[in-house]
Design a binder for this molecule. Sequence first.
Ligand SMILES: [Zn+2]
Length: 102
Amino acid sequence: MSSCEKQPHISTLGGRITCPRCQASSKRTKQQCKSPAIKGKRVCAIHGGKSTGPKTDLGRQRSAAAKTIHGFETRTKREYRSEKFTELKGTKNLLFKKGFFE
Ligand SMILES: [Zn+2]
Protein backbone atom coordinates (compact mmCIF):
# COMPACT_ATOMS: atom_id res chain seq x y z
CA MET A 1 0.00 0.00 0.00
CA SER A 2 1.41 3.39 -0.92
CA SER A 3 1.09 6.29 1.48
CA CYS A 4 -1.70 8.02 -0.50
CA GLU A 5 -4.08 5.04 -0.52
CA LYS A 6 -6.33 4.87 2.52
CA GLN A 7 -7.94 1.77 3.92
CA PRO A 8 -11.74 2.21 3.89
CA HIS A 9 -12.43 -0.34 6.64
CA ILE A 10 -10.89 -1.70 9.83
CA SER A 11 -11.50 -4.98 11.64
CA THR A 12 -12.02 -5.01 15.39
CA LEU A 13 -12.77 -7.69 17.96
CA GLY A 14 -10.38 -10.16 16.36
CA GLY A 15 -11.81 -9.67 12.88
CA ARG A 16 -15.43 -10.24 13.91
CA ILE A 17 -16.51 -6.65 13.31
CA THR A 18 -15.64 -4.61 10.24
CA CYS A 19 -16.33 -0.90 10.42
CA PRO A 20 -15.35 2.27 8.54
CA ARG A 21 -11.83 3.44 9.33
CA CYS A 22 -10.94 7.02 10.20
CA GLN A 23 -9.80 8.80 7.01
CA ALA A 24 -7.59 11.35 8.77
CA SER A 25 -3.83 11.28 8.38
CA SER A 26 -1.21 12.13 10.96
CA LYS A 27 0.56 15.43 10.32
CA ARG A 28 3.75 14.01 11.76
CA THR A 29 3.96 10.47 10.38
CA LYS A 30 1.62 10.97 7.36
CA GLN A 31 0.03 7.61 8.17
CA GLN A 32 -3.70 6.95 8.30
CA CYS A 33 -5.37 7.01 11.71
CA LYS A 34 -5.94 3.49 13.02
CA SER A 35 -9.19 4.24 14.90
CA PRO A 36 -12.66 3.36 13.65
CA ALA A 37 -14.73 6.28 12.36
CA ILE A 38 -17.80 7.49 14.23
CA LYS A 39 -21.08 6.13 12.86
CA GLY A 40 -22.19 8.21 9.88
CA LYS A 41 -18.93 10.17 9.74
CA ARG A 42 -15.60 9.76 7.94
CA VAL A 43 -13.35 10.41 10.95
CA CYS A 44 -12.95 9.36 14.59
CA ALA A 45 -13.75 11.58 17.58
CA ILE A 46 -10.13 12.66 17.91
CA HIS A 47 -10.07 13.94 14.33
CA GLY A 48 -13.27 15.95 14.44
CA GLY A 49 -15.99 13.31 14.19
CA LYS A 50 -17.82 14.80 17.17
CA SER A 51 -17.81 18.28 15.69
CA THR A 52 -21.19 19.55 14.58
CA GLY A 53 -19.76 22.60 12.80
CA PRO A 54 -20.57 26.24 13.41
CA LYS A 55 -24.09 26.83 14.74
CA THR A 56 -24.55 30.59 14.94
CA ASP A 57 -24.50 33.01 12.00
CA LEU A 58 -21.42 34.70 13.43
CA GLY A 59 -19.69 31.33 13.72
CA ARG A 60 -20.58 30.43 10.13
CA GLN A 61 -19.21 33.75 8.89
CA ARG A 62 -15.99 33.30 10.87
CA SER A 63 -15.60 29.78 9.52
CA ALA A 64 -16.22 30.91 5.93
CA ALA A 65 -13.67 33.69 6.32
CA ALA A 66 -11.07 31.39 7.86
CA LYS A 67 -11.43 28.56 5.34
CA THR A 68 -10.22 30.46 2.31
CA ILE A 69 -7.66 27.89 1.21
CA HIS A 70 -8.82 24.98 -0.94
CA GLY A 71 -6.11 23.17 -2.79
CA PHE A 72 -3.22 25.49 -3.57
CA GLU A 73 -4.94 28.84 -3.82
CA THR A 74 -7.04 31.23 -1.76
CA ARG A 75 -10.34 32.84 -2.73
CA THR A 76 -8.54 36.10 -3.37
CA LYS A 77 -6.11 34.47 -5.78
CA ARG A 78 -8.95 32.60 -7.50
CA GLU A 79 -10.97 35.81 -7.94
CA TYR A 80 -7.90 37.64 -9.25
CA ARG A 81 -7.20 34.88 -11.75
CA SER A 82 -10.86 34.79 -12.86
CA GLU A 83 -10.82 38.57 -13.35
CA LYS A 84 -7.63 38.37 -15.43
CA PHE A 85 -9.01 35.49 -17.51
CA THR A 86 -12.08 37.60 -18.31
CA GLU A 87 -9.82 40.49 -19.26
CA LEU A 88 -7.72 38.20 -21.45
CA LYS A 89 -10.82 36.79 -23.13
CA GLY A 90 -12.04 40.31 -23.90
CA THR A 91 -8.68 41.24 -25.37
CA LYS A 92 -8.60 38.08 -27.47
CA ASN A 93 -12.11 38.71 -28.81
CA LEU A 94 -11.15 42.30 -29.66
CA LEU A 95 -8.05 41.14 -31.54
CA PHE A 96 -10.12 38.56 -33.47
CA LYS A 97 -12.63 41.27 -34.40
CA LYS A 98 -9.87 43.60 -35.59
CA GLY A 99 -8.49 40.84 -37.78
CA PHE A 100 -5.16 40.18 -36.08
CA PHE A 101 -5.86 36.47 -36.35
CA GLU A 102 -7.47 34.56 -39.17
ZN1 LIG B 1 -8.78 9.40 13.59
